[in-house]
Design a binder for this molecule. Structure first.
Ligand code: PMM
Length: 270
């Protein structure tokens, strides 16, 4: 069964739930609500990776995420930390996180792989070609899914060389990262290139711009695409991800994805 990762963004500037859960208690309450709605993992992040977002320093990031992780772990939740920083990854695992979710796959911080190896945590490797500021300049592909699979394999090799066993690795094609518009659909259509690598596969489509673009194209003249509609579009991608053999989906609206997965499973007779 496809697992659901619930997103707990502890940032003032995330495009999708910016600022609302900045306060520790509210972030913890939000995380626990996502768990009650069916999230198997809570993914806690303190730095927005949205296009154009400014980097935050590791101390600020840690001040945001560590107290939230500690409380969620104390409540019995399985927690992953969404970070590009080795020191944050190490401190988060110390605080009880079981998974390090690094959208850069080890490219953003030269110390990340050693920190993850040392921590013993599982390692989610994202496909990445540079920081938010210039990622779209890197979005050139001939056969996107094959190229992404090849680059992820390189990251797995680098992680293994640093002491992270491939069995601890989770692969993520990085939807929206160095991929513009229809390139994201091309990537999803070719997902078997990634699942074929034999590792657990995670995808994150939740509320992303390519979904909004698709809904706008389907409904000419409608500029405004509400959060509820983005969550419905996300739930559809979750059902299709289940069909594609994905191990986990990372979403904001856990309840909608839980329902979508239940319906897709029923269709499959499971
Ligand atoms: N996307 C975002 C942040 N973290 N982590 C993984 N593994 N995969 C993703 O696609 C991903 C991620 C950006 O979205 P957000 O700002 O809504 O969290």
């Amino acid at each position: 069964m496809t697992d659901i990762w619930g997103i707990v963004n502890v940032t003032p500037d995330s495009f999708s739930d910016g600022g609302r859960y900045l306060d520790v208690d509210r972030a913890v309450a939000h995380g626990l609500a996502l768990r009650a709605a069916g999230a198997g993992v809570l993914d806690v992040g303190g730095e927005s990776t949205r296009p154009g977002a400014q980097r935050v320093d590791a101390a600020t990031e840690q001040a945001r995420v560590l107290p939230v992780i500690e409380q969620l772990v104390a409540a019995g939740a399985a927690v992953s930390v969404d970070t590009l920083n080795a020191t944050t990854a190490a401190a988060a695992v110390e605080a009880g996180a079981r998974i390090v979710n690094d959208v850069s796959g080890g490219l953003a911080d030269p110390d990340m792989r050693a920190a993850v190896a040392e921590s013993g945590a599982d390692y989610a490797i994202g496909h990445w070609r540079g920081s938010s500021a210039d990622m779209y300049a890197q979005a050139e592909y001939r056969r996107i899914a094959r190229e992404v699979a090849g680059e992820l394999q390189e990251r797995v090799g680098e992680a293994a060389a640093a002491g992270i066993a491939p069995s601890r690795v989770i692969l993520d094609p990085g939807i929206g990262f160095a991929k513009a518009g229809a390139q994201n659909w091309d990537m999803l259509r070719g997902l078997d290139e990634i699942t074929g690598l034999g590792r657990r596969v995670l995808i994150g489509t939740s509320r992303k711009r390519f979904l909004v673009d698709t809904l706008r194209q389907a409904n000419p003249g409608e500029e405004d695409v509400s959060e509820a509609r983005r969550d419905l579009a996300t739930a559809v991608t979750s059902a299709l991800a289940l069909r594609a053999g994905v191990w986990a989906v990372r979403v904001h609206d856990v309840a909608a994805t839980r329902d979508a997965l239940a319906i897709a499973q029923a269709w499959d007779g499971r």
